[in-house]
Design a protein around this ligand. Structure first.
Ligand code: NOJ
Length: 553
């Protein structure tokens, strides 16, 4: 098999990974100092969330120069040193390609603002207003209007995320060529590929229609901007121009994308992307407006969780698509707090969820800190840093009329800041993250939850290492057929992964209560267990959050 499907991908959110110079902000040299840990874990590819120059209204996802390293993170020389040392550790770097928008500080946008006749004006989406208001009723992903007024010309420009992230106009040939050149710049340096930020929204509808015009107020455009037919044309062109010649690794992030679209993006013969993420698990129990939409009270059952996984596993294998599996990232709460138990069974549930992620069909992504079972950190209002949290907090109160105390609760559970507290390396000051003052609070549980402690036998990191090694030793875990087992079980998720050489059975209790699973009558040898080796039995009792992998004979 070719490509990167078999890779173990580890995501770094650089600001919070490791600080080498005491300014309280993680940096490239900090990452370099931790390559041994990543190699030990078995990581093949390191996806760096944006490290480019940025004014940080969206912490790096608002890029002001695609060719420069953010001074908080170091220099281009530091980047080159990281690249070559990572390579010496057998690890390839993956860049974040944020090409749906740039910062309003980017030179292209500044030129576009200054001079209406500049060629860069058409790199963005400027439109005249309607009846003295924005061109349409679209709401941005982060709340508020998706349009900003350019006072000088009186026109409006599109910003589908923060008001400082200006959407690029992919219809413009020169813009696309500039993006491809920039991608080649990083590939020529030796990076292995790209994670593509909201890549399914780069095509916009020609006429920018109102969304649900009969409704009052701003409306989220949803399907008007996600997965339009033309995205596939752009990706095919990018594939021809850049991805194929460099045999690139690619994973697409697609807002609200569904199975049929992911299959189209990732079927090898379509020559677009290698894999995509799905959002259905992340959005379990949320209302239709996404993770801050509390109207379903975030209620979900293990059966819902299983059904979601099962549907994606089957759809991909039946129709030739490929997903990147993940349970958390820099945009989501910590997986143990969201899907496990971050109190009584923190360690057990961290292992159980890790085992799930590392035994499903697809390519596993590990987010920094998952391998030590990091949890959400109950940050107070004054400690929040993220635009999304701060803006949504006020919208929940003003638009949804939520009492402050409930709005605060919603934000505390779902804010991206949960995933962005510094990585906890040891039990020393600031969890070993920085010698200075950390830019975002360190989770006070670091005395107990840290890499040094979790690397001991029985710790979460110790288990992750074994689970990664198991995946690497058994190709069936990457490519083998997935089939659910005991699907009606309300506590245990179980499935087989099979190919012509072997059949593995995985059973994981996803609850804090003991549970029994009904497995096939067979002989089995335990290859790995969260609670140590287990005897195989067709009627298998599992302790809370216990999981095991068996090889069936
Ligand atoms: C998705 C990224 O993961 C998120 O962090 C960012 O805010 C938006 N795209 C906008 O770039």
């Amino acid at each position: 098999m070719t490509g990167h499907k078999k890779s173990i991908v580890y995501q770094i959110w650089p600001r919070s990974f490791c600080d080498s110079n005491g300014d309280g902000i993680g940096d490239l040299n900090g990452i370099r100092s931790k390559l041994d840990h990543l190699q030990n874990l078995g990581v093949d590819l390191l996806w760096l969330s944006p490290v480019y120059a940025s004014p940080d209204t969206d912490y790096g996802y608002d890029i002001s120069d695609y060719y420069a390293i953010h001074p908080d993170f170091g220099t281009m020389a530091d980047f080159d040193a990281l690249l070559s040392e990572a390579e010496a550790h057998g690890i390839g770097l993956v860049m974040d390609l944020v090409a749906n928008h740039t910062s309003d500080q980017h030179a292209w946008f500044q030129a576009a603002l200054q001079d209406k006749s500049s060629k860069y004006r058409d790199y963005y989406i400027f439109r005249p207003g309607k009846d003295g208001k924005a061109p349409n009723n679209w709401m941005s992903f982060f709340g508020g209007s998706a349009w900003q007024k350019d006072e000088k010309s009186g026109e409006y420009y599109l910003t589908t995320f923060t008001p400082h992230q200006c959407d690029l106009n992919w219809e413009n040939d020169d813009l696309r060529k500039d993006v491809y050149d920039m991608m080649r710049f990083w590939l020529d340096k030796g990076v292995k590929g790209f994670r593509m930020d909201v890549i399914n929204t780069i095509k916009k509808p020609a006429d920018f229609p109102d969304k649900d015009p009969e409704k009052k107020g701003l409306q989220f455009p949803g399907e008007l901007i996600c997965d339009l037919e033309g995205v596939h044309d752009f990706l095919k062109e990018m594939h021809r121009e850049v991805l194929e010649p460099y045999a690139c690794f690619t994973v697409g992030e697609g807002a609200m994308t569904g199975q049929a679209s992911v299959i189209r993006y990732t079927k090898p013969e379509n020559k677009e992307l290698e894999m995509m993420f799905q959002f259905d698990l992340a959005l379990l129990g949320c209302g239709e407006l996404g993770k801050f939409d509390f109207r379903k009270f975030y209620r979900w059952s293990i059966s819902d969780f299983k059904r979601t996984i099962d549907a994606w596993q089957r759809a991909m294998q039946e129709d030739g698509g490929w997903v990147g599996n993940y349970l958390s990232n820099h945009d989501q709460p910590r997986q143990v707090s969201r899907f496990g138990d971050d109190k009584r069974f923190r360690r057990e549930s961290a292992k159980a969820l890790g085992l799930l992620n590392l035994t499903l069909r697809g390519t596993p992504f590990i987010y920094q800190g998952e391998e030590i079972g990091m949890t959400n950190c109950r940050l107070g209002e004054s400690e929040w840093k993220d635009y999304e949290a701060i803006n949504t907090y006020s919208l929940l109160q003003s638009m949804m009329h939520l009492p402050k105390i409930i709005a605060r609760r919603v934000i505390q559970n779902m804010t991206r800041d949960n995933a962005r507290t510094p990585v906890q390396w040891n039990a020393e000051k600031n969890a070993g993250f920085t010698a200075g003052t950390p830019w975002l609070k360190v989770n006070p549980n670091y005395m107990e939850v840290n890499l040094a402690a979790e690397s001991r036998p029985g710790g979460v990191a110790d288990f992750y290492k074994k689970a990664v090694a198991l995946r690497k030793a058994h190709d069936v875990l990457t490519y083998g057929t997935y089939a659910p087992v005991d699907f009606e079980n309300k506590r245990v998720v179980a499935y087989t992964r099979a190919d012509e050489t072997e059949t593995l059975l995985i059973a994981i209790n996803l609850t804090g209560k003991a549970a029994a699973a009904r497995l096939p009558e067979a002989e089995g040898t335990c290859l790995l267990g969260t609670h140590g080796a287990r005897e195989y039995a067709a009627s298998l009792r599992l302790a809370p959050f216990e999981g095991a992998v068996f090889k069936l004979r």
